[in-house]
Design a protein around this ligand. Structure first.
Ligand code: APR
Length: 195
């Protein structure tokens, strides 16, 4: 039985170049493309993605919708899950999970993971949703992302593996620190409990 924490990975690079079953798009509510990772995915998947997404009727912030991967299928990606993160207007001093944006971002991860489970997607890669053009603080977003992914993997059989695909080393270090802290907590807990 694989420990949930062992199902979580971090990588640095372009999410469209990963060899996973599905990648997650940080989209906008139109689902018709934009900048950042949204643009990269639409370019890599080709024009059929835009044509398909026109049939989806958009997606409210905090929710997610699935599409085929079209030209990305040549590298083994079968689906794209489009989710719309919140724009950060919040108060960084507010405790975690206590802003409207925190709740919406958590919903993006939960809705995406639920769709992945329904489609029995084994390997899934997330970008750092909302941390680019939507200005969500990276550390805060990573804590929300990690917490919800770990909880979902603890209670569900799919996905089998989740990768956080960071666009640079600095962003990856944010996730790594969160995972290292969690591992240290688990180790200490095991040490304190009597054998
Ligand atoms: N692969 C992986 N990560 C990427 C890639 C890529 N090819 N391109 C950008 N990123 C990273 C960014 O560095 C950032 O950490 O994805 C994260 C999310 O940034 P954005 O793509 O700007 O997404 P977001 O902040 O959620 O804003 C969404 O921007 O692109 C438009 O249409 C999109 O309107 C929507 C808004």
């Amino acid at each position: 039985m694989t420990e949930p924490l062992d199902k979580i990975h971090i990588t640095v690079g372009n999410i469209t170049q990963l060899s996973v079953d599905a990648i997650v798009n940080a989209a906008n509510e139109s689902l018709l493309g934009g900048g950042g990772v949204d643009n990269a995915i639409h370019i890599a998947a080709g024009p059929k993605l835009l044509e398909f997404n026109k049939t989806l009727g958009g997606c409210p912030t905090g929710l997610a919708k699935i599409s085929p991967a079209f030209e990305l299928e040549r590298q083994g990606i079968s689906h794209i899950i489009h989710t719309v993160g919140p724009v950060w207007h919040g108060d960084e001093t507010a405790s975690l999970a206590n802003t409207h944006e925190d709740v919406l971002l958590a919903s993006c991860y939960h809705q995406t993971l639920t769709i992945a489970q329904q489609h029995k997607i084994k390997t899934l890669a997330f970008p750092a949703i909302s941390t680019g053009m939507y200005h969500f603080p990276k550390d805060r977003a990573a804590k929300i992302a990690f917490g919800h992914v770990l909880d979902f993997l603890t209670h569900h059989d799919y996905p089998h593996e989740v990768t956080f695909c960071c666009f640079n080393q600095e962003d990856a270090a944010v996730y790594q620190e969160i995972i290292d802290t969690r591992m240290q907590w688990m180790y200490n807990r095991k040490r304190i409990c009597p054998a």
